[in-house]
Design a binder for this molecule. Structure first.
Ligand SMILES: [Cu+2]
Length: 58
């Protein structure tokens, strides 16, 4: 999985369970993580914690 920050302010990717965590990503910066196991992985923005997402690995 690769996330790309397409916003004009920094954002970060942080797993709720601490499985993965990026540094703060500036505009156009990327963060990649390879999921080794199936499951549902919730995450939030480390800079704006109300921004949340979920990855389902099947
Ligand atoms: Cu953010």
């Amino acid at each position: 999985m690769t996330w790309v920050n397409r916003d004009d302010v920094p954002h970060g990717i942080a797993s709720n369970e601490g499985v993965f965590k990026s540094k703060a990503l500036d505009t156009s910066e990327r963060y990649s993580y390879t999921f080794a196991k199936t499951g549902t992985y919730s995450y939030y923005c480390s800079i704006h914690p109300k921004m949340v997402g979920k990855i389902v690995v099947q």
